[in-house]
Write a protein of this length. Structure first.
Length: 300
């Protein structure tokens, strides 16, 4: 999958006639806690180390690395208090990418194109509210949980302009359903056979059924699968992909469950080691130690 994505990036640059140096930028997140001290200490057997219970208050760090060190010498980094009702999410990452990472890269690597790499965390794959997604559509127009989606361009070789603009909303403001969208595209079956919105499969226990998630990957078994097979639906990107591609850079995702591929893990390890060695078991010192730890990690 990685080879295919990188080849696609190379081909797009070659066809455009504007080949730019491609620079790897990898992102990841890590948490640091005020009571995360040394795991092992030299001590007499009859003595017991006194440690505070619990991990303590924490800091969430999201940072970017390049082959020559931190992106923008740390200017793209975001450090925030976490816990309670405050947590890192896709919207915060999107803001960091747009307001910090992209400007930092363009200032540090003028004339280059970034290849941003992220892991497969759900936060990184969040879609915009108006993105075309069959999972957000009902069979009939309107209804509960249906969302208003952006207009789309439908490819049609028989059309004088190679296709047409299709609105995904009715004139009364209701989101269009699968039936009318497929009918306008000439894809709704004309026979009288039963055509499901989405296929069902048995649950793990076999006592109930659930929708088949594979239908969202395309096919012809049901309305969801047919629409998901369309080029405009398959071309939909997450909001972070859209932001990076619109800025003229590229993005790929690491394979699922393979965090060891990301060389930023060594960076986190060194930063964690520093904070544990200097842990003072209070949040005030943690807020001082974490920036010191991040800035002190050797580049090589």
């Amino acid at each position: 999958m990685w080879d295919e994505n990188l080849q696609e990036i190379h081909n797009s640059d070659h066809l455009s006639g504007a080949i730019q140096p491609l620079t790897l930028v990898t992102q990841d997140e890590c948490t640091f806690n005020s009571n995360d001290g040394k795991h092992y200490v030299w001590i007499y057997p009859e003595h017991k180390p006194l440690r505070k219970k619990g991990r303590g208050q924490g800091l969430h760090v999201s940072d970017f690395l390049t082959p020559i060190g931190r992106l923008g010498d740390g200017q793209a980094c975001t450090i925030m208090e976490c816990g309670g009702n405050v947590w890192w999410d896709g919207d915060k990452l999107l803001t960091q990418v747009i307001e910090k990472a992209i400007p930092a890269f363009e200032a540090q690597f003028p004339g280059c194109k970034a290849l941003f790499t992220f892991d497969n965390a759900r936060n990184h794959l969040k879609y915009s509210e108006d993105t075309l997604r069959v999972s957000e559509m009902n069979l009939e127009s309107g209804g509960k949980n249906a969302k208003r989606m952006r207009d789309t361009f439908v490819e049609d070789l028989n059309h004088p302009e190679g296709g047409f603009i299709q609105s995904m909303v009715l004139v009364d403001g209701r989101p269009k359903g699968l039936r009318i969208v497929l009918t306008e595209r000439g894809l709704w079956p004309q026979d009288r056979r039963r055509f499901l919105a989405q296929c069902s499969i048995s649950s793990a226990t076999g006592k109930s059924t659930k929708v088949n998630p594979r239908c969202l990957d395309g096919g012809s078994c049901c309305a969801c699968a047919v629409l998901a097979s369309q080029p405009d639906l398959r071309a939909q990107r997450s909001q972070i992909e859209e932001a990076i591609l619109n800025a003229g850079h590229e993005i790929i995702f690491y394979p699922a469950f393979h965090c060891e591929i990301n060389f930023i893990e060594y960076y986190w390890g060194a930063a964690k080691h520093y904070t544990r060695e200097n842990c003072e078991y209070d949040f005030k010192s943690l807020k001082r130690l974490v920036p010191e730890a991040l800035a002190g990690v050797p580049k090589q």
